[in-house]
Design a protein around this ligand. Structure first.
Ligand SMILES: Nc1nc2c(c(=O)[nH]1)N[C@H]1C(S)=C(S)[C@@H](COP(=O)(O)O)O[C@H]1N2
Ligand SMILES: [Mo]
Length: 406
C-alpha cells in the first residue's frame, strides 16, 4: 500500500495554530481544576485510590465558600466537554503528521514523535474515561479515579513538552494570516496556505468544499452544541432534560426530593427494612440514636450544593443535626475528624471529614430536605451534607459516625 495522502486544502500551520491557541488557553484550566478536585477528595479515603508518590501536596480542602467544589468540578467537566470538538478538529488538522514516514530522521525528531503519541493517546484516554464515567457506572477494569489521574500526569508531561517545542511555530503561524480576514473569506476565495517545512499543507490540495471560516464555524457550533447539552447538568430546570450526559442525574424524586439521584437505594442494595424502625445511628461506638431522637435534637437548616464528580450539581435546602453538636453529645467537644460509614457496602460507603468540614456550622447529618423527610433514594434515614464537600463523600444511609478530637 502506498502512502496515505491527505488532500484537504484547509490544512496548514495557521489553522492548526488557531485550534492550538484555543487549547493552550483552556486546557490548563481543565487540568488545574481536575487536580484541585483530586485534592478536594482528600487522602486516605477509599475514593480516590492510592496513587503512590504521584499524590499532590495535600492541603485540607476548605468548607468555605460552599460552592467551591461545585465551581472546580463544574469547570473541569464542563470545559473538558465543550473542548472536545476543538481537540478533534486539532487532531484532524495534524493528521498527516501522525502518518509521516519514516517515523524519525533524528533523535530529536524521534523524541518529538514519542511525546506526540503520548499527547494524543493521553488526551483521548482522558476524554474517553471522563465521558464514560459520566455516562455509566464502573465500566472500567480499573478505578476511574486512579486511571484518570495517572492519565492526567501523562498528559501534563506531554503537553508541557509539546508546548515548549511548538510555541514559536504557533506564534509565527498565527501571525501569518489575519483571523478577521479569514472570517471574511468565502469558499470561492479559499486558497491553501503556502507550503512550508511543517508538512501540514497538502502537496496536491483538492479544491475546497468548505471555507476556513466555514470550518471554524462548524467547530464553534460543535462547542456551542455540547455547551447547551451540558449546561443543564449544573443549571437544572428544563435544561436538565437536554443534558444528554446525565443518565443518573435526571429527577426521579417527588416533591422536596425532586432532584438528581446519583445511585438509587436499589442499586446500592439498601432496603426499607434496614432503614426502618430498628435503624439506629451509632456515634463513637457508644451512643445510639433513633431517628426520632435525632429529630428531637436542635435542628439546623442550610442551603447547600451537592456537586458530583460525574459533572452534575444541584442546590437544595437541608435540615438536620449539626455534626459538631453530635460530636459534643458523644463527648468530643473539639472534633478534628469524622469517619462516616453507610449501611451499604461498596466504594461510596465510607468517608473521612477534615476539621473544617466537621466543625462548619452548616455541616449536617441531614434528616430532611426542602421541608420533607429524605426519600430512601436520597439517603433516608440520614445523610451527610457539608459545604464544599465532594458529592461522593456526602454519605447516604449513614449507619455510624466516629468523631476524633484534634
Ligand atoms: N452510601 C452512599 N452514599 C452516597 C452515594 C452512594 O452510592 N452510596 N453516592 C454519592 C455520590 S457519588 C453523590 S454525587 C451523592 C449524590 O446524592 P443524591 O443521590 O442524594 O443526589 O451521594 C453520595 N453518597
Ligand atoms: Mo457523585
Amino acid at each position: 500500500m502506498g502512502r496515505v495522502r491527505f488532500r484537504s486544502p484547509l490544512r496548514g500551520p495557521w489553522l492548526t495554530s488557531v485550534f492550538g491557541a484555543v487549547l493552550l488557553a483552556c486546557l490548563p484550566l481543565v487540568v488545574i481544576t481536575g487536580l484541585l478536585d483530586y485534592v478536594a477528595y482528600g487522602r486516605g479515603q477509599s475514593i480516590p485510590g492510592d496513587v503512590g508518590w504521584l499524590h499532590l501536596p495535600i492541603f485540607d480542602w476548605p468548607a468555605r465558600p460552599s460552592w467551591l467544589f461545585r465551581l472546580t468540578q463544574g469547570l473541569h467537566v464542563g470545559l473538558g466537554l465543550v473542548l472536545v470538538p476543538v481537540v478533534l478538529a486539532k487532531l484532524w488538522s495534524v493528521i498527516p503528521k501522525l502518518f509521516a514516514w519514516p517515523p524519525a530522521r533524528s533523535l530529536a525528531q524521534a523524541l518529538e514523535r514519542i511525546s506526540l503519541l503520548l499527547l494524543v493517546g493521553s488526551i483521548l484516554f482522558e476524554i474517553a474515561t471522563g465521558v464514560l464515567n459520566i455516562q455509566y457506572d464502573y465500566v472500567f477494569g480499573f478505578s476511574f479515579y486512579t486511571g484518570h489521574y495517572l492519565g492526567a500526569w501523562v498528559f501534563i508531561a506531554a503537553f508541557v513538552t509539546h508546548v515548549s517545542l511548538k510555541l514559536p511555530t504557533m506564534v509565527r503561524a498565527l501571525r501569518s494570516r489575519s483571523l478577521r480576514k479569514e472570517l471574511a473569506t468565502p469558499l470561492e476565495a479559499t486558497e491553501p496556505e503556502p507550503r512550508d517545512e511543517n508538512g501540514l499543507v497538502a502537496e496536491d490540495p483538492a479544491p475546497p468544499t468548505l471555507s476556513r471560516r466555514g470550518l471554524l464555524g462548524v467547530v464553534g457550533g460543535g462547542v456551542l452544541l455540547v455547551g447547551v447539552l451540558t449546561a443543564g447538568q449544573t443549571i437544572g430546570g428544563p435544561l436538565r432534560d437536554l443534558a444528554f450526559l446525565l443518565p443518573r442525574g435526571r429527577e426521579p424524586g417527588e416533591g422536596g426530593n425532586r432532584y438528581p439521584v446519583n445511585r438509587t437505594a436499589a442499586a446500592a442494595g439498601v432496603t426499607g427494612q434496614a432503614t426502618g424502625a430498628p435503624w439506629r445511628l451509632k456515634v463513637n461506638g457508644a451512643k445510639e440514636f433513633t431517628r426520632d431522637e435525632l429529630l428531637a435534637l436542635p435542628q439546623h437548616t442550610a442551603r447547600l450544593p451537592i456537586a458530583c464528580v460525574e459533572g452534575w450539581s444541584t442546590v437544595q435546602t437541608w435540615t438536620g443535626v449539626r455534626l459538631r453538636d453530635l460530636a459534643a453529645l458523644a463527648g468530643v467537644p473539639d472534633p478534628g475528624s469524622a469517619f462516616v460509614a453507610s449501611l451499604e457496602r461498596g466504594p461510596f460507603a465510607r468517608a473521612t471529614l477534615n476539621p473544617g468540614q466537621v466543625t462548619h456550622p452548616d455541616a449536617l447529618l441531614a434528616l430532611r430536605v426542602n421541608g420533607e423527610d429524605l426519600s430512601l433514594d436520597h439517603g433516608f434515614p440520614a445523610r451527610v451534607i457539608v459545604p464544599a464537600l465532594p458529592g461522593v463523600h456526602c454519605t447516604k444511609w449513614v449507619r455510624s459516625i466516629d468523631f476524633r478530637s484534634v
